[in-house]
Design a protein around this ligand. Structure first.
Ligand code: HEM
Length: 485
């Protein structure tokens, strides 16, 4: 094999990579040492801003294969026939900690999936939890501030975490989920993924449906207790990354089965819960799971920075037949992600290999900006309309229109007959075994008992009481016992 030659960034051969050039032996360094200057300067620029949330993550490529006919609900081409395969990239993540954070922590996990479809990339940016803490995006920056490091102490503070929740009764359902047995997944392979929001599907006839996505792990759900997790973090802070990387390297390819819950659009208005409220699930007895296909991860990225750190998923990357619902949280996210990408990766982040469509052709009039690589040829006009047969609109909406009534204003999301902030949290508590209830209560009390203000504790206790009398009583007793210690 030919010997490889070390070069500068401009491709010139490097004579010495061990000794910098000096004025005489023992003298100061020469400004003309291009290789040294370039090396030091490039090193200073290695980091890019980490994701403002979900900074720590792991990714893998794979494919999605349709196993069941869903053409009655959506005209999305990648779901159009049984057996059809689409290449995918999935990034898993924790939420609250920074890039160097440990994997085995109590935190939701991100489940961000990119389908490289023939009609453009479809990004489904979900979590391993079917619900979320809040239901209006205007609260998101405050929520995240309260969960990440305190600006004075530089660490996560139970006072902040629980103070936010004291003012967010709608978080009770997600807190019950997070503090329960599924709150610390054993690995990324052993957890489910959810779209969490309600999305809209439209079929070829233009009929609209509302759907919720559920990716059920075929490895089985496995979780860690608080003690097991603490031990694992001490042994291998990167345990989820190690597990995913090694499984795929060994050819043990993890897979998930995708199911959807489908609600005909006309049923949304009178459903007993607001179907667009992200703090609620749709009971399966109302809308059963219908199988769609199988997701398999079978290839590790070759380079974590290029492919995982630079991966950009945006909930507003839809394809024909799939669109947003009026869920206010989702609507806020339709803005937030691509904006984050422009800041973190630059305006041309969609041209990076991991983000660029694979089979779909990008053809538009967007031009220039930092790091432009695909920028049109001498034959392409950079304005539209034009007389030169440039790309033109289709006049076919991606999804069906939604009827809207009323006045503009800062409205709360409409409450339906059974909507309150506590009912489903109580249902989840009552579904748990006696043992799990015990662990749930211990986990909540472990955090809540560290709060320094009694009024914050009281407000949180009131939420658990409202969810279920037994739930509230047990948490209250456990918090009192820990505070008396
Ligand atoms: C209004 C609410 C929310 C806002 C404003 C928001 C905003 C953000 C932002 C700015 C990022 C960083 C994106 C990047 O730099 O690439 C992010 C990452 C992420 N968010 Fe959200 N988020 C919200 C709610 C949610 C919800 C409800 C879910 C799940 C159902 C979710 C799942 C994720 C995931 C999985 C990532 C990581 C994506 C990746 O792997 O690159 N977020 N979020």
């Amino acid at each position: 094999m030919a010997k490889r030659v070390l070069t500068t960034e401009s491709g010139a051969p490097v004579a010495d990579n061990q000794n910098s050039a000096t004025a005489g032996v023992g003298g100061p360094i020469l400004l003309q040492d291009q290789h040294l200057l370039e090396k030091l300067a490039r090193f200073n620029r290695e980091r890019i801003p980490e994701r403002v949330v979900h900074a720590r993550g792991s990714g893998a490529y794979g494919y999605f294969e349709v196993t069941d006919d869903v053409t009655g609900f959506t005209r999305a081409d990648f779901l159009s026939s049984v057996g059809k395969r689409t290449e995918t990239f999935l990034r898993f993540s924790t939420v609250a900690d920074s890039l160097g954070g440990a994997d085995a922590v109590r935190d939701p996990r991100g489940f961000a999936l990119k389908f490289y479809t023939d009609e453009g990339n479809y990004d489904l940016v979900g979590n391993n939890t079917p619900v979320f803490f809040i239901k209006d995006p205007i609260k998101f920056p405050d929520f995240i501030h309260s969960q990440k490091r305190d600006p004075f102490t530089g660490k996560q503070e139970p006072d902040n975490v629980w103070d936010f929740w004291a003012h967010a009764p709608e978080a009770t359902h997600q807190i019950t989920w997070l503090m329960g047995d599924r709150g610390i997944p054993a690995s990324y392979r052993h957890m489910n993924g959810y779209g969490s929001h309600t999305y809209q599907w439209t079929n070829a006839e233009g009929e609209a449906f509302f759907v919720k996505y559920h990716f059920k792990t075929n490895q089985g759900v496995r979780s860690l207790s608080a003690d097991q997790a603490a031990e694992l973090v001490g042994k291998d802070a990167n345990s989820h990354q190690t597990d995913l990387l090694q499984a795929i390297e060994r050819g043990v390819n993890p897979s998930w089965t995708l199911y959807v819950q489908v609600m005909p659009a006309a049923e949304a208005a009178d459903y007993r819960f607001n179907p667009f409220d992200l703090t609620k699930v749709w009971p399966h007895s109302d809308y059963p799971l219908q199988r769609v296909g199988r997701l398999v991860l079978d290839r590790n990225p070759d380079n974590v920075f290029a492919e995982v750190e630079q991966a950009a998923f945006s909930p507003n990357n839809f394809v024909p037949g799939i669109g947003p619902s009026p869920d206010k949280m989702l609507q806020g996210r339709l803005f937030a992600y691509a904006d984050a990408h422009r800041y973190r990766l630059g305006v041309n982040h969609t041209q990076l290999p991991v983000n660029a469509p694979r089979t779909a052709v990008v053809d538009n009039y967007g031009r220039d900006g930092i790091h432009a690589t695909r920028n049109g040829s001498r034959h392409d006009k950079n304005y539209e309309p034009n007389s030169y047969a440039g790309p033109a609109q289709t006049d076919a909406a991606l999804a069906a229109p939604l009827a809207i009534h009323g006045w503009t204003g800062t409205h709360e999301a409409p409450a339906h007959a059974k909507d309150d902030d506590f009912f489903q949290a109580g249902e989840l508590f009552r579904l748990m075994s006696e043992d799990e209830k015990g662990r749930l209560v211990a986990n909540i009390a472990g955090g809540l008992s560290q709060v320094t203000r009694d009024d914050v504790i009281e407000k949180n206790l009131a939420h658990f009481h409202a969810a279920d009398a037994d739930y509230g009583k047990r948490v209250e007793e456990a918090v009192r016992a820990l505070r008396e210690d």
